[in-house]
Design a protein around this ligand. Sequence first.
Ligand SMILES: C[S@@+](CC[C@H](N)C(=O)[O-])C[C@H]1O[C@@H](n2cnc3c(N)ncnc32)[C@H](O)[C@@H]1O
Length: 264
Amino acid sequence: MNIESKVYFIGAGPGDPELITVKGLKLLQTADVVLFTDSLVNEKLMDETKDGALVLKSAGMALEEQIDIMAGAVEEGKSVARIHTGDPAIYGAILEQMSKLFHRDVSYEVIPGVSSVFASAARAGVELTVPELTQTVILTRAEGRTPVPEKEQLVDLAKHHCTVSLFLSATLIKKVVKSFYEAGWAEDAPVLVVYKATWPDEIIIRTTLDKVDEDMRANRITKQAMVIISPAVDPKLVEQGGYESKLYDKTFTHGFRKGVVVDG
Ligand SMILES: C[S@@+](CC[C@H](N)C(=O)[O-])C[C@H]1O[C@@H](n2cnc3c(N)ncnc32)[C@H](O)[C@@H]1O
């Protein structure tokens, strides 16, 4: 692919440098200016930048400063790789950047990445949508300093009893547990916590609603954690089996296969 003079918002994936997309990597390797979220993006990825590329960390910069750098580079005919953790569309704060670039007449494009929610599920070997258990995944956060709209309060979302994946909520775990109890979840409801999924110091905890706070404290997990509360993260499911999908059911007809009639 040919890199153009514009800003590419690129999802770096959850941490493992091999989990960036092929497209994202190619753009990173050819960009003239690279701006990356140094608090969460694996710095090893910066080994991929070309000689002479200007590589900058964004964590200490205000929004206006980042926009000046990115817009200024594009105005000089350069290409910019703006590297975000996971997928940029989830808590990536890219709207504010896109809006400011739009008003400066600077083109941009978003390249997706592997979100930490899917990396966490993969590392724990769970399916988030198990037939007949839950077919819905809610991606949300507990309300802390950042307000959550009234209609999206955790207690209301939890009433769906589906898979609920919580970003940015490690320090608010007590509040999370309280909301789930209020929504009618049992004390032994399965919870998966993944700290720094795919990083060398990753920690995976399979626990329950009544023990998650204690388990997270024992492991000193206060940030960079994905908390997934769901019947689908029950560690017993793999051994137990069942919950099979219609997709591979031999009696089920669909566009690619005719089902067979089973006697008895
Ligand atoms: C600002 S949000 C960015 C999310 C990111 N855009 C994504 O798609 O994963 C940061 C939050 O994402 C989660 N997170 C990011 N990287 C993670 C990882 N490697 N393991 C577990 N959780 C992670 C944590 O909940 C963290 O507080």
